[in-house]
Design a protein around this ligand. Structure first.
Ligand SMILES: CC(C)(COP(=O)(O)OP(=O)(O)OC[C@H]1O[C@@H](n2cnc3c(N)ncnc32)[C@H](O)[C@@H]1OP(=O)(O)O)[C@@H](O)C(=O)NCCC(=O)NCCS
Length: 164
C-alpha cells in the first residue's frame, strides 16, 4: 500500500474490496494478488472494477511486464479472460522462488511440492503485452485487407453499372 501498489475500494469509510500488485523476476513479471470483496458488496460487479483498475495500474507502472495470476476461482478466471489473459502452464510464469514460497500457506501446497512446482490445482493465467500487441496488429492488417477487398468489389460493381 505504501508503494502505491494496492487498489482499495471504499464506501465512505467502509472497506468494500482490495487487490494489489507485486513485481517478480526483476520486473519481468507482475502478479495481481489478494483480490477480495467484502461479502456485503459481492455480485454487483465490484471485483470486476477492482481487477480492471489493478490491470490498468500494472500496465502503466510496469508496461513491459507480463501480468499473471494463479487461481482456482471461476470468477477470477472469467475476469482475467476478459482482460486478455490466457491460461498457461506454470513454466510460463515467474521462476522467482519468493513468489512460489507464498503458496506454502495453501492447503494444496503438497501437490505443488509433489509436482516440483510444475502444476497444482490453480490455473496459471498470463497477459503477455508483446503477444497481445502482435495479435492486435495482425487483426488490424487482416481488417485492412478485408476492407480493401470489399472496396474493390464495390468499385467494380459500380463501374460496371456506370458503363451500362
Ligand atoms: C471472487 C470475488 C472476488 C468476486 O467478487 P464480486 O465483486 O462478487 O464479483 P463481480 O460481481 O465483480 O463478478 C465478476 C464476475 O464473476 C462472476 N462471479 C462472481 N462470483 C462468482 C462465483 N462465486 N462463482 C462463479 N462466478 C462468479 C460474476 O458472475 C461476474 O461474471 P460476469 O461478468 O460474466 O457476470 C468475491 O466473491 C470474493 O472476495 N471471494 C473470496 C475471496 C476470493 O475467492 N478471491 C479470489 C482469489 S483468487
Amino acid at each position: 500500500m505504501k508503494n502505491g501498489n494496492a487498489v482499495i475500494a471504499l464506501e465512505g469509510g467502509a472497506f468494500a474490496g482490495f487487490c494489489y500488485i507485486e513485481a517478480w523476476s526483476h520486473g519481468k513479471f507482475v502478479a495481481n494478488s489478494g483480490l477480495i470483496v467484502h461479502p456485503e458488496y459481492r455480485n454487483i460487479g465490484l471485483a470486476k472494477q477492482i481487477k480492471s483498475k489493478v490491470f490498468e495500474h500494472s500496465r502503466a507502472k510496469f508496461p513491459e511486464a507480463k501480468i499473471f495470476s494463479i487461481t482456482t476461482g471461476l470468477a477470477v478466471m472469467k475476469m482475467n479472460s476478459e482482460l486478455g489473459y490466457k491460461p498457461v502452464t506454470f513454466s510460463e510464469l515467474t521462476t522467482d522462488q519468493t513468489f512460489w514460497n507464498g503458496c506454502q500457506t495453501c492447503k494444496n501446497y503438497d501437490v505443488l511440492q509433489r509436482t516440483e512446482q510444475k502444476m497444482c490445482l490453480c490455473t496459471g493465467m498470463l497477459y503477455d503485452p508483446n503477444k497481445i500487441e502482435k495479435s492486435k496488429t495482425h487483426k488490424h492488417d487482416y481488417d485492412k485487407k478485408v476492407w480493401s477487398r470489399l472496396k474493390n468489389i464495390k468499385q467494380s460493381m459500380f463501374l460496371k453499372k456506370e458503363k451500362k
